[in-house]
Design a protein around this ligand. Structure first.
Ligand SMILES: Nc1ncnc2c1ncn2[C@@H]1O[C@H](COP(=O)(O)OP(=O)(O)OP(=O)(O)O)[C@@H](O)[C@H]1O
Ligand SMILES: [Mg+2]
Length: 229
């Protein structure tokens, strides 16, 4: 099976001097859904931010078989759909429809095609109307859905989702699970929501102090670390 993410001995130190990643070894294969679990501050988000080159550490890192470096960054960012922990970080246009249509338009679709694509993915994430509203004024869960629609609109090869359920209500969580299950892309999902992790993923890794200390079926990892609610 070909690798979508291949990390060997990845290390990263913030400017403050704090070493947030201390040698991360990890592989994600095509079509796999993997949950990233672990305590607050253990390096999960820091690791994810390396996978589309927002942060650049030391060690080996390949995404979609390309090394994450200056030369490949644009291509890698096109392949990787990245949902930030805070949806505020990725909504920036005056209306929902424009925001979601932005990616496809950048990728070369006409305005009408981009808006049709946006309409399709907005319906998929359960935002069925009010597309003229400003993303800025939406509730947390609505922002999270719109941000996800913006990612799906560009049909990426792999999805990196940082805490995608934090703002969602229970029916919203169930719908997200159903939706993600229908998507063929490999997914790496950082979450504290173990029910969500169990429902979506077969495999989980557990971060502790900047390292992956377990890589096993979700149920096994959750039990080993007492990570269920
Ligand atoms: N910009 C920064 N400068 C210095 N230290 C940082 C910075 N961002 C994060 N850190 C530190 O790096 C460590 C890892 O942070 P990270 O955000 O990766 O944790 P996390 O596992 O995603 O936690 P959470 O579950 O709370 O989201 C933390 O101790 C954090 O304080
Ligand atoms: Mg985090």
């Amino acid at each position: 099976m070909s690798c979508v993410v291949n990390s060997k001995g990845l290390r990263y130190r913030y400017d403050s001097g704090f070493e947030a990643l201390r040698g991360v070894d990890f592989r994600l294969h095509r079509g796999e859904n993997v949950a990233v679990l672990g305590p607050n501050g253990s390096g999960k988000t820091t690791f994810l931010l390396h996978l589309n080159g927002i942060l650049r550490g030391e060690g080996e890192l390949k995404v979609c078989d390309l090394p994450v470096d200056e030369k490949h960054l644009t291509t890698i960012r096109r392949h990787v759909g990245f949902l930030f922990q805070d949806p505020e970080d990725q909504l920036f246009l005056p209306t929902i429809l424009e925001d979601v249509a932005f990616g496809p338009a950048q990728a070369g679709l006409s305005k009408a095609e981009a808006e049709a694509r946006a309409a399709e993915v907005l319906a998929q994430v359960g935002v069925v109307d009010g597309w003229e509203r400003a993303p800025y004024h939406l509730s947390g869960g609505e922002k999270q859905r719109v941000a996800l629609a913006g990612i799906l609109a560009v049909r990426p090869e792999v999805l990196m989702l940082d805490e995608p359920t934090t703002h969602l209500d229970p029916p919203g969580r169930r719908k997200l699970i159903d939706l993600l299950k229908t998507l063929p892309q490999a997914k790496l999902v950082v979450t504290h929501d173990t029910a969500f992790a169990r429902a979506l993923c077969e495999r989980a890794v557990f971060f502790d102090a900047g390292r992956i200390v377990a890589d096993a079926p979700v149920t096994e990892v959750v039990e080993r670390y007492g990570w269920g609610l």
